[in-house]
Structure formats: structure tokens, C-alpha cells
Design a protein around this ligand. Sequence first.
Ligand code: UD1
Length: 316
Amino acid sequence: MESVLITGGSGFIGSNLANHLSKSMKVTIIDDLSMGRIENLQINENVKFIEGNICDYSKLEELLSTYSFDYIFHLAAIASVADSVEHPLETNRVNFEATIHLLELVKNYQPNLKRLVFSSSASVYGNEPTIPKTELSQILPQTPYAVDKFASECYLINAYKLYNIPTAVARFFNVYGVNQNPNSPYSGVISILLDKYQAILQEKSAKFTLFGDGNQSRDFIYIDDVVQGLLLLAQSNSAVGNIFNFGTGNMTTLNELIGILDTIFQKNLPVERVAARKGDIEKSLADNKKLRSLGFTPNYTLNEGLSVYVNSLDGL
Ligand code: UD1
């Protein structure tokens, strides 16, 4: 049976990937449970959970020097762009320093690795106005988060060229779905919105804080489509040493998103408009041809993904 290590494997994207892979592989997860939860995981005999921070280098070294992995998915990260603007040093430690440390350990201890997949971000494109973004679009990182993701990408791609480590990079656009944690002010916007509708349905008072005019747009991609793409990056030989956009090719403004959710819930969400967040991106849209060339087909429209997500939540 093949074996896989997922850093951040109890978090939103990591747990969905782990639950898929643990049906047929040995899955080792390292996660500090800062945003992830054990309850996200479908534990079976193939799953081994290690509670630990990605910056705990002695723990990481013990793990990578003891076990041999076929695949590593490096998903442990501080996921919020806005959080990085408030806490640039801490973000750098987790999102960049830990990445190059992991690379060093892979170089030293994992000669048989088939793939190291890194989770990067569409934020690296910044606010250069040309859309959709191809992988060759201009890179203009405008937050500490985006700088760290881009710098990590460069290290990953160079690790293939310099040391023949079989790396691949996923540039996530806005991922949403089951197991997304809504409990931080820095959580993904769809998880926060659903939390507010849930409160309204339970007749609690709730108000959504909208940063900016609501005309900012995002390419929202459902988690199962992201898992599909990650598996392609792990399995396809032509993924090695390459970067792939993970988006649907469709763009939705926040105002439109709230309109769709108002219709689904048959409620008018109370919205308080405040100033835009510093470093926020105006328009984000993926050209996903490169990922499609590996066999990727997004299976969920935004409405379909939202329906599955909403139906999975308690009390809805
Ligand atoms: C998101 C991801 C990031 C990923 C990037 C890729 C999260 C937390 N962030 O960043 O990991 O790399 O996409 O494109 O999943 N907003 C509000 N009110 C809120 C929360 C957010 O108006 O309460 C607005 C934000 O200002 C922003 C939009 O919603 O304009 C999306 O914000 P957010 O979900 O935090 O995602 P990104 O910053 O796009």
C-alpha cells in the first residue's frame, strides 16, 4: 500500500484529501489543530494522526527520517491573506520558513518520494488587472502572504531542477466546502457567510461585515474539485516541476454571492459595509487550461457546491 504524508491534514483542504486517500493508502497527518479539527477526519486503520506544529523541526525530522513516503502534500499554513497583513513575521515563519525546512528534510531523507505537492495561492498575481490569470501572468504579490507563497513556489520548482525532487505546485483560487472552519475573523468568506445564515435561521442576531463595495470578485472552487486536481498533480508525470492554477474559470462578485445565498436561504442577510481590507485583491479569475491538460474537469458550479456544503451543515 502506498503511503502519504499530509501536513495540515486535519484542516479544511487537508482533511478532505486525507478522507479520500485513506480509503486506499496509508495516510500520516501532522497538524497542530490551530484551525483543523480531529472531527474532520474519518479515522480508520490507515490513518495515523500526529499532533504537531509544522515549525517543530525536531518532530518533523524524526518523522521524515523514520518513515518513507510515496507522496507528500504540504498544506499546513496560515490560510488568511488579511491575517498576514497583521502578523507578517508569524506568517513568514509558518508559510515560508517551514516550507524550505521541509524541503531540506525531503532532500536528506526521502530519496524514493514520487511527489511533493505544495499549496500556493492565486494571491501571487496581485492586482495587475488582466484576467483570467494564466500561470504565466505577471506575478505581483502585494501582501506578506502572497510573498511567502511565491517565494515557497520558487524554492519548490528549483528543488526539482537542483536536486531532482519531484515537486508540483497548486495555485489555489478561492476554495470552499465541507470542513471549512468559520470561527476566525480571518476564515474564508463563504464559511463566514454560511455561519451568519445559520445564526439567522436559529433566530439569533447576525450581521455580515462586508469589506469594500462588494464588487470584488473571486473564482470559487469546490473542495472536491480541488481534491481531484491534487491527485492529478501527484499522479501525472507532466506535473513535475510545474505550477497549476486551481480554479473553475468563473468569477462571482461578493454582492452576487450574497444574492445567491439569500435565494438559497430565503433570507435577506443584514450586511454592514466597511472599508476594504488593505492588500485585498479586486478581481480574481483562473485560466485552468493547464490543469485541464492533465485531465481535470470541475464537477461543481458555484450553486451546486454551495448546495452540497449547505446540506452538510447542522441545523440547515
Ligand atoms: C483566499 C484564501 C487564501 C487563498 C486565496 C487565493 C481564505 C481565508 N483565504 O483569500 O488562502 O490563498 O483565497 O485566492 O480561505 N470578506 C468580507 N467579509 C468577511 C471576510 C471576507 O467582505 O468577513 C471579503 C474579503 O475582503 C475579500 C473576499 O471577501 O474581498 C474574500 O476574502 P477571503 O475569503 O478571506 O479570501 P481571499 O483574501 O481571497
